[in-house]
Structures are given as structure tokens and as C-alpha cells.
Design a binder for this molecule. Structure first.
Ligand code: MUC
Ligand code: MG
Length: 372
């Protein structure tokens, strides 16, 4: 008989960051992870994670609302269901619960983890198997101070941890952002790739005025320069062909992906498993990008190790990930919550080989950081 779901639980972990992380949407001093555990009748526990940025600063789901919704609305829909019928469960949840993509992702991740553990295979096997055993990892420079960012980048280059840097801009005046970008570009060797993320901080006019100067300053990619809903504006910026444009906040699942791809509103899609509503919806979004000849980038919500590695499993199955990934979230946290830390080295992250997500929680640390 099929194993059934017997328990769904969630807990909020508050973990400090190694330094303030300054973005146009929020400054983070700590990160709140919602850890989801799903137990099945054959004694397996799958884990998932729902994490957002700055409470409600980034999107409509907060850590507290995710926990409440998981406990109150998701759990009753899941208890007693066959744990291996992932598609049927996705349908059941999507029918009963609108939006809540981050919570849906955490639940789905836990179910994939449990399923892959039951089969004794790594999670990526459920998406056709890994093509790559490591994925490249960018780092975000967001201390808020140009010299600190330069020192941080130089240290990352010297230790071969990262050579791709994303600069958070859009909170200062555009001319001050330019000064900041130029100073960092000039201080780093040519091996370093510089991209920027505006997090919707500019108007279309500001973005249009900035693109030429950004190209001249050596910026290789501009992420979500304008409001997520201004698709016509994104299309116009992309059509200028000055610097590749990447969509992030505009992509909340496959339907958005289709709208952006049909009108060619971006050169690159940032694929985020939570923003897409889960691993399978992220895979659907990837298919749309691939069919439309839009390049791919693995994006993060600054998640902890659980969501980070779930996304990494999916990304490892892709033949081409033209712009790499930024799955560095665990490195922004002051403490480790895994029994064995993830292997970040040589500008990349190693995909774990063990069953499921291939990670083991350090339960003492989890208890320590759980909000009482
Ligand atoms: C975002 O908008 O991309 C990803 C990396 C980072 O520093 O912030 C996030 C969110
Ligand atoms: Mg972004």
C-alpha cells in the first residue's frame, strides 16, 4: 500500500546574517526561514523551506503568514493523502489555495525530498538526473558601502569562492549608483563579472538613461530595473539591446513566463523555485524560457540550506544555465544548520549525492534558532 502523509509541521527559524544586506526593498540583519517537515506512514520525513526577504518587503507572504497558512490550510489538505502522488497533491493544493507560492514550494520540496529518500535516489533523479555535479555560484555585494564591497569581493576572488558579483542598486540616486558600480568594476580584475539588481527601483525613463552608462562601466546584466508589472517597459529596454535585461520579480510562475517570453520582455529569466510556486512550476517556467531562446539564471530568495539545495538539484539537471546561479544564501547566515555544511568551493556548489535533498539537519541548531 502507498505510504500516506501522517504529519505536517512548520517552525520559524531566526538566524542572524554575517552583515547587513542592503537592497532597494529592505535591509536584512537576519533571515527568517520557515522549515516544513512532512512525515509519512512508512517513517520517512521530508523537509522543505519557505523563505522571503524582509517580512512583507519583497512579496505578499511573510514568515508568519506562511507558517499560519501551512498549519491551518495546507496541513488538513495533505493528511491522509498518498505521499507519492505528487502531481495529484499539486492539483489538490492549487485548487484549494490561491497564490501562496512560497508556502506551496516548501510543501512540494518536502514531498519531493520524502519521495526521493523512499526511492534512495537524489532529488534531481525525479527531474531526470543531474547533468552537472557542481553549479556556479555568484555573490551579492550589498553592504551599503563601496569600499567594504570591494574588500569583500577581493576576498571572494582570492579564496576562489566567487568571481561573479551582483551589486544591489536602486536605493541611491542613479548617479551615485553609477559611481559605486564604476569604483567596484575598476577595483576588480577582469576575471570578475559585474551585474546589477535594481529590484524595480528605477522608473523606465531612469533605466533608459542608465543603460548606456552601465554598459560603458562594464555591467554585464541588469536585473529587474523597473516595476514588475511594466512588461511593455521591460520589452522596450530589452529591445534597445544595450545590456541584457533579466526578469526576476516579474516572473511569478509559468503564466508570467509565457507573457514575458511571447513579447520578449527579457533576455534572461531568473528562475526561483519559491517565486515560481515550487520545483515543478519552476521546471515549467524553464521549459518556456528554453523554447523562447531566453537564457537562464538560478535565482535565490536568500534562502537557507534547504531551499538552496532543492533549487540546486533542479538546476543541476539543466544542460545550459547560461548565467550561472546565485545560490549562496547559506553563506550569508552567521551559523550553520546542517550536520555537514554544503560544499562551496572553486566558485561553485557541489550537488549532494545522498538520497532526497542529500542533507541532514543539525537538530540542536534548529532547536536553538526556532522562534519560541
Ligand atoms: C533578488 O531580488 O534577486 C537575491 C540575491 C540577493 O542578494 O537578493 C536576492 C533577491
Ligand atoms: Mg532580483
Amino acid at each position: 500500500m502507498d505510504a500516506t502523509i501522517v504529519e505536517v509541521s512548520s517552525q520559524i527559524l531566526d538566524i542572524p546574517t554575517i552583515r547587513p544586506h542592503k537592497m532597494s526593498v529592505a535591509t536584512m540583519h537576519n533571515q527568517c526561514l520557515v522549515l516544513v517537515r512532512i512525515k509519512t506512514s512508512d517513517g520517512i520525513e521530508g523537509i522543505g523551506e519557505a523563505t522571503t526577504i524582509g517580512g512583507l518587503n519583497y512579496g505578499g507572504e511573510s514568515p508568519e503568514s506562511m507558517k499560519t497558512n501551512i498549519d491551518r490550510y495546507f496541513a488538513p489538505l495533505l493528511i491522509g493523502q498518498p505521499a507519492t502522488k505528487l502531481s495529484a497533491i499539486r492539483q489538490r493544493i492549487d485548487k484549494a489555495i490561491k497564490d501562496n507560492r512560497f508556502a506551496k514550494c516548501a510543501i512540494e520540496t518536502a514531498l519531493y525530498d520524502a519521495y526521493a529518500k523512499r526511492l534512495g535516489v537524489p532529488l534531481n533523479a525525479l527531474f531526470g538526473g543531474a547533468i552537472h555535479d557542481r553549479i556556479s555560484i555568484a555573490w551579492t555585494l550589498a553592504s551599503g558601502d563601496t569600499q567594504k564591497d570591494i574588500d569583500e569581493a577581493q576576498q571572494m576572488l582570492a579564496t576562489r569562492r566567487h568571481q561573479i558579483f551582483k551589486l544591489k542598486v536602486g536605493m541611491r540616486a542613479p548617479k551615485d549608483d553609477l559611481k559605486h558600480i564604476r569604483a567596484i568594476r575598476q577595483a576588480l580584475s577582469d576575471d570578475a563579472s559585474i551585474r546589477i539588481d535594481v529590484n524595480q527601483g528605477w522608473s523606465e525613463t531612469e533605466a533608459t538613461q542608465q543603460l548606456r552608462a552601465l554598459a560603458d562601466a562594464g555591467v554585464e546584466l541588469v536585473e529587474q530595473p523597473i516595476h514588475e508589472k511594466n512588461l511593455a517597459g521591460l520589452q522596450r529596454l530589452t529591445a534597445l539591446g544595450i545590456v541584457p535585461i533579466m526578469a526576476d520579480e516579474s516572473l511569478k510562475g509559468p503564466q508570467d513566463g509565457f507573457a514575458l517570453a511571447s513579447a520578449h520582455c527579457a533576455n534572461v529569466f531568473a528562475i526561483k523555485i519559491e517565486q515560481a510556486g515550487g520545483l515543478q512550476h519552476a521546471r515549467d517556467l524553464i521549459g518556456i524560457a528554453q523554447a523562447a531562446d531566453i537564457a537562464l539564471y538560478g535565482g535565490t530568495m536568500l534562502e537557507g540550506s534547504i531551499a538552496t539545495i532543492a533549487a540546486a538539484h533542479l538546476f543541476s539537471t539543466l544542460n545550459r544555465l547560461e548565467w550561472g546561479t546565485e545560490m549562496f544564501g547559506p553563506l550569508l547566515l552567521k551559523d550553520e544548520i546542517l550536520a555537514t555544511p554544503l560544499d562551496y568551493s572553486d566558485y561553485s556548489l557541489k550537488i549532494p549525492q545522498g538520497p532526497g535533498l542529500g542533507i541532514t539537519l543539525d537538530e540542536d541548531k534548529i532547536a536553538f534558532y526556532t522562534r519560541k
